[in-house]
Every structure is written in structure tokens, then in C-alpha cells.
Design a binder for this molecule. Sequence first.
Ligand code: ZN
Length: 117
Amino acid sequence: MFGKLVRDTWVEWAKKQENPKPHHLIPWEELDKKNKEVDELIGEAVFNASVDVIKETPTECHAHAWCEDCDYSTNFMPMSELFVKLCDEGGYITSDKEGGYLGQCPKCEGNLSFECD
Ligand SMILES: [Zn+2]
């Protein structure tokens, strides 16, 4: 399924080399069966590895926010929902340089604290 992509990438690389070997420049369409088979296998292996990476990526964290200056607090909810909720109410969330979150309380404009599960 991805053999052509593998071959196209290969040919593209080969074209940039000084004095590429002629058989390195053969396009997918003209490639012999054995070489096509190898490229298909490489494509499949990369595809499977990519799927594994995606599967292992944790789903979105749930978070809740509370204000340090007033009684404002939210329930645990997916980060994207919390983001929308705070924007709707006039506050905001932004991520800081350390990968954490900063936010402003929609009620009193104080600093929000966040906790993710
Ligand atoms: Zn507040």
C-alpha cells in the first residue's frame, strides 16, 4: 500500500546524489517485482510503527481549574472543553514555556490554578 511512497522517497533522494546509480532512479512503475515487494514491506512496517505510536499517545487529559483569589472552580473535564468554558465565561487558558498552563479567572481576573488527571 505504501510501497510507492517508499520508492518515490528513495528516487527523490537518489536524484540529489552526485552520480546516482541508474538503478536507483528507476520509478515505482518500472520497478521489478522483488524490489516492489521490499518497498511494500518497508512501507507496511513504517505504517504499523506509526499506528503503534498513535495508539500509545495518551488521550486528552482531564483538568479542572480553580481560582486562587475567589471561590471560582470547575469540574474535571477534557482540557479542550475547559478551554472553551473559560473563554465563554470571559477567562482564558494559555500554556506556559514549561508545558504547564496559565489562566485567568473569569470571575475576578485572578490567577487560575490547574490540575490534570
Ligand atoms: Zn477568581
